[in-house]
Design a protein around this ligand. Sequence first.
Ligand code: DGL
Length: 272
Amino acid sequence: MFKPQFTSTSPVGIFDSGVGGLTVMHSVSQLMPNENIIYLGDNARLPYGTKSKETVISYSIECLKFLLKKKVKIVIVACNTASSYALPFISRLTKIPVIGVIEPGANAAVSNTSNNHIGIIGTAGTVRSGSYARKIKRKLPEAKIYSKACSLFVQIAEDGWADNKIAKLTAKEYLTPLRESRIDTLIMGCTHYPILKKTISNVMGKKITLIDPGIETAKYARAILQKKNLLNKSKKKGYRKFYVTDTPNNFHVVAERFLEEKITQVNKIKIS
Ligand code: DGL
C-alpha cells in the first residue's frame, strides 16, 4: 500500500503506453482546464495492445508507482489495454481513486443504444480481454456485442494519415462487418481512434453513434473529484507536465496533434 499525500491542488495523473493517451488528456484538459496534470507515456514499451495480460499489469504497476511519487490525487489509466487488463489489480495498490476508460465508455454505450446492439473496436488485447463486453452485459444483459481489433489504426493515427486514402481503405476493411451488423452504437476503444473519428464515421454512417471513452472518462473523473471535494478551485489554467520513457524524434509533432495544445518540455525518465 502507498500512503496518499494530496490536496485539491495536487495534480491529476494520467498514464498511457505512449502518445495515444493525450487524446484522453485533451478531454480532461477541456473539461477541467484549471487542474494541474501530469502525463506519463510509457513509449519505450509501446505497444501494450499486443502484449500479454501479465506484461501489461507489470508495466502498469510501474506507471502507477511513478505517478504516486508525484503525489497525484487521482490516476486516470488512459490506455484501453491497460484499463482492460490491469485496472482491477492496480486500483488495489493505493487509496486514491484509480479509474480506467472502460467503465465510462461502456456506460455511455449502454445509455445510448436503442436496439441493444453495440460494437467495440480496440487493440487485440482490449478485444481479447472482453472488458467492454463484461461491463456492458452487467448493465444490459440482453446486449448483443460485436467486436473487432483494428490494430493498424494506431500507426495510421500516429503517422498523421487519419483522413487519407489508406485510412479510408483500412477503415472500410475493418469496419464493413460491423456496419453490416445491426449496431447503433460503436465504442472507439483505443486511445488513438478518436483521431480517426471522421473516417470511422464515414464508413459506419451517420446513424451510428461513436462513443469516445476519453470524453466519458473525463466526466467521470470530474464527478469523483467533485464528490471528494478535490476539484482544484484555482481560476488559473493548471500546469501540464509530460514524462516519457523514450523520446522518439517526432514525439512533439504527434503529441501536439493528439493533444491539440503546444507542449514545451517533455522529460525522459526511467521507471523500470
Ligand atoms: N494506448 C493503447 C490503447 O488504448 C493503444 C496503443 C498500444 O497498443 O499501446 O489500448
